[in-house]
Write a protein that binds this ligand. Structure first.
Ligand code: MTE
Length: 322
């Protein structure tokens, strides 16, 4: 994986949004959207259903809302979260996804669900954004390249979605796949990875309440560069497990292939749990730079979610299963 750090001096302290500013902003956006809706009905042509900066309705607070994180974990700004990205389908530089994904049209969208389950089928984007199913999940996000952010995602628990398809006893793993369409995803025209981007989780990891399918951030539909219209977020694992623009989910008995493991097996294992004690072969994982901060901070075991997930890995040698 390429490493290209944004210099700390590139980031202004004022870019960081405090929780109260975030909440005020959300209130403002809601009001603006309501006002805008009235206006649209009378004077403006109807906007496409999926447009950047569209607020999502009925987002519930959750146990992982902003209050769940300590004071020293402030939420990163919208600007940081949406302009410093890894999404190789739109280029390998950190600013490429924002530049190159604007034309991408993530609608209509369906995810095929297949494999070891009693009721294979589809999930549409509309299914996922039904009011009162969406939750705010403010999670630490730790990239394998040793930078991190705090992101106010909006999503649905992955386990709730998977259960609908009635996975069978053979469903020991879940495989995820990104759209393969070099016309719409120009980065796929170069053999940077073995496209389509692939990821996988063990079934109990997928069912853990922390794992979500994210459809939004900052209370709005997810911008293209962050994985529109639906991406995985698994906050105790390195960021590359959080696969974007998902079109396929498959329950299976065997451990699935994953893109970064296929690209460099010695460097990227299947589990990829955030673990400060296990080095990447080329750099330490003991500390990280929070985007927007100058000094490094210590990386926490399982990215700070030890209480919720350590039980998934008892009796496993995490040096071997990195
Ligand atoms: N998913 C796809 N399809 N393609 C990618 O290149 N990059 C991964 C992950 N999901 C990637 C992807 C990596 S390396 C990271 S760190 C996160 O997305 C970045 O998510 P963000 O841009 O929202 O911060």
């Amino acid at each position: 994986m390429l490493i290209k750090h944004r210099k700390a001096s590139d980031v202004l302290g004022s870019e960081i949004t405090s929780k109260s500013v975030f909440d005020d902003r959300r209130r403002f956006l809601k009001t603006a959207a309501l006002a805008g809706a009235g206006l649209a009905a009378s004077t403006l042509p109807t906007l496409p259903a999926y447009a950047a900066r569209t607020p999502l309705d009925g987002v519930q607070k959750s146990k992982w809302s902003a209050e769940s994180l300590p004071e020293n974990d402030p939420v990163n700004s919208y600007e940081d979260i949406t302009s410093y990205n890894n999404f190789y389908e739109f280029g390998t530089g950190k600013s490429d996804p924002k530049e190159n994904a604007q034309e991408f049209e993530p609608r209509p969208w369906e995810i095929m669900v297949e494999g070891a389950c009693a009721k294979p089928g589809k999930i549409s984007f509309e299914d996922l954004i039904k009011p009162h199913t969406l939750e705010e999940r403010v999670y630490r996000f730790r990239c394998v390249e040793a930078w991190s952010m705090v992101v106010p995602w909006v999503g649905v628990p992955l386990g709730d979605i998977l259960k609908r398809f009635e996975p069978t006893a053979d469903a020991r793993y879940v495989y995820f796949e990104t759209l393969l369409d070099p016309e719409r995803m120009p980065g796929q025209r170069a053999p940077v990875l073995n496209w389509p981007y692939k990821e996988g989780l063990r079934m109990d990891e997928a069912m853990n309440p922390l794992s979500i399918l994210a459809v939004g951030l900052y209370g709005e539909v997810i911008p293209n560069q962050n994985g529109a219209p639906v991406r995985l977020v698994v906050p105790w694992k390195y960021g590359f497990k959080s696969i974007k623009s998902i079109v396929k989910i498959k329950f299976q008995k065997e451990m699935p292939p994953t893109s970064w493991n296929e690209a460099a097996a010695r460097e990227y294992g299947f589990y990829s749990n955030v673990n400060p004690a296990v080095r990447h072969p080329r750099w330490s994982q003991a500390s990280e730079r929070r985007i927007g901060e100058i000094f490094k901070r210590k990386t926490l075991m399982f990215n700070g979610y030890e209480e919720e997930v350590a039980g998934l890995y008892t009796d496993m040698d995490l040096r071997k299963w990195f």
